[in-house]
Ligand binder design. Structure first.
Ligand code: UTP
Length: 291
């Protein structure tokens, strides 16, 4: 097995119902956070971490994503003719960002099924999974932090964040002991989906970044479709745990759920405030609104 993580899978076959009506026609992954589709943040994170190959798992109505990462001849020609060099660079850069493959998930049959769709393209290598809804602002790309853990420990890694109080009930929660020498690292022994606060096995909520060993594919093929007719990645990882080491890693950075309306609003404010070209103006505007 190659030890290096070279490929990132972006499951984008879901329906995005939490963001209706915006997502009736526009793929959730193409909703703009400030001025970039949310999926582009994930792609930039992956590339900054050294990922060489990106696999998008798409579905019906997701064509705009393919067009976004492709060359737009008409747009580029128009920008060139009008002498808009900077915008031309922005447009061209997107289409040359990475080697991208597309696999179509015929029906949204769950995150586990979406990951399984990438099996033929990945083969016998460890790989990253990036859920595009989860936009992460971090000093070092979150997936890069996790790749480093994989390089050292050669086991699957789940990204976690610490959630205090009853809000933990909204997440999948990691069970397992904190490593004695690295407080960000957990030896994962289980996971509980949306537990009651009193029953949560830890404060570590699992979020949308994973490094998985290829052993997950054979397991997902054997895992049955659970509630709602979906093949859950969580069920696959729980089975993987019985065969291999799986780690939790509390990444450094801040995660936003941009697939959710409130999460998108929070991300918009924070990302806009960080933009040098209008951060100050936007801060003054926000202050005037809440005053
Ligand atoms: P979500 O449950 O957050 O996405 O799945 P969703 O189903 O699109 O959104 P809502 O809940 O209806 O608003 C997490 C990720 O897994 C992908 C989604 O596209 C999202 O990026 N996914 C989910 C698939 O690719 N295929 C599936 O069958 C299900």
């Amino acid at each position: 097995m190659s030890k290096r993580v070279r490929t990132a899978v972006f499951p984008a076959g879901g329906l995005g119902t939490r963001f209706l009506p915006a997502t009736k026609v526009i793929p959730k992954e193409m909703l703009a956070l400030v001025d970039k589709p949310i999926i582009q943040y994930g792609v930039e994170e992956a590339i900054a971490a050294g990922i060489e190959h990106i696999i998008f798992i798409t579905g019906r109505g997701k064509g705009a994503m393919e067009d976004h990462f492709d060359i737009s001849y008409e747009l580029d020609a128009t920008l060139e003719r009008k002498g808009k060099r900077e915008l031309l660079e922005v447009s061209r850069k997107i289409s040359s960002m990475a080697r991208i493959s597309y696999v179509r998930q015929k029906e949204p049959m769950g995150l586990g099924h979406a990951v399984l769709c990438a099996k033929q393209l990945i083969g016998d290598e460890p790989f990253a999974v990036i859920l595009p809804d989860d936009v992460i602002d971090a000093p070092t790309p979150c997936i890069g932090q996790m790749m480093k853990v994989y390089d050292e420990l050669e086991g699957s890694v789940l990204a976690t964040m610490t959630i205090e109080g009853p809000a933990i009930s909204a997440y999948g929660v990691l069970a397992g002991a904190q490593d004695a020498s690295n407080p960000r690292l957990y030896n994962c022994t289980g996971m509980v989906e949306k537990p009651k606060f009193e029953e949560a096995p830890s404060k570590q909520a699992i979020i949308g970044r994973y490094i998985l060993t290829p052993g997950i594919f054979a397991i997902l093929e054997k895992t049955g479709f659970g509630a709602g007719g979906e093949l859950q990645l969580t069920d696959g990882i729980l089975a993987l745990l019985r065969e291999e080491k799986v780690y939790g890693y509390t990444f450094e950075g801040k995660r936003f759920d941009a697939g959710d309306k409130f999460g998108m609003l929070q991300a918009t404010v924070e990302f806009a405030l960080k933009r040098p070209e209008f951060g100050e103006r936007f801060r003054a505007f926000l202050q005037s609104v809440i005053a």
